[in-house]
Design a protein around this ligand. Sequence first.
Ligand SMILES: [Zn+2]
Length: 278
Amino acid sequence: MNSCHIACFTPPLPDESCYSVLCRCLVRESVSSFRFELQMFNRQRDLSRLLYQPFRFEDLSRWFDDAESRQREYLDLHSVLQYRYPVLAESARRLIRYWRDCHCLAVGELKYLTRAIGFSHLPKQKLCYCNDCVDNDRKTYGETYWHLSHQLPAVVFCPIHETPIAVSDVPISSTRYELIPAEYILRKQAQKEVLCSQSPYDMNLSHDSMWMLYHGFEMDAVKLVMLMSTLGENDLTKVLKEMQRYSNSISALEYSNTEHFILLCRIIGISPQSLVAN
Ligand SMILES: [Zn+2]
């Protein structure tokens, strides 16, 4: 297959979402074919999916000759696949492993996986960022970008700088059909609303979320279930109460929810790192 070489496609930066990679491409856009490609790409798809999910192998194959080596990089380092992996059903985990081996997934399989790794509710209403990361990105790369970790539901502190996450003017809903580069928005943004901490666990949850984003494939979630089974009834009631205090939306433990998973770890006094498979 002849790939359409996208001259303006720059390598992804650390912790950058695929959506942000496309945003920066648009800024560099020098070839009309890219706009055309984007229209084709976006004709049937929701661009906001790329805030959390990787580029598909079919798209990478059209854009690059070395799509296979890029596929794993985007899956592992620029999507929430690792973050979601430990809590998914085995059928979804099997598909992820198959996908990581650079196989194309069938339409039905992709749909199933997209649903499985998606969030049950919109994690945040607007795109988020960290002021210190913005400064650092500009010094290091000459521009800032949308970081994947800052968009995760439980991240209210920057896992690197430990400063409160700021909220941009960009509603997640407008990322469906529009590419909105971080550099463009954050240069203009005047007020800097920040997310408030709701729980004593928030700093840990922010660090744990970042850790899961890049180490989820190493984890053995069954260890947590085994650990939970050793708790007595009183301890379990206490854990449930703590979880409900953290969020009104938590009425029962959902084992398919990564935020619940890391909160559970912290309430019972362990870190997700201690659940790494041997
Ligand atoms: Zn930061």
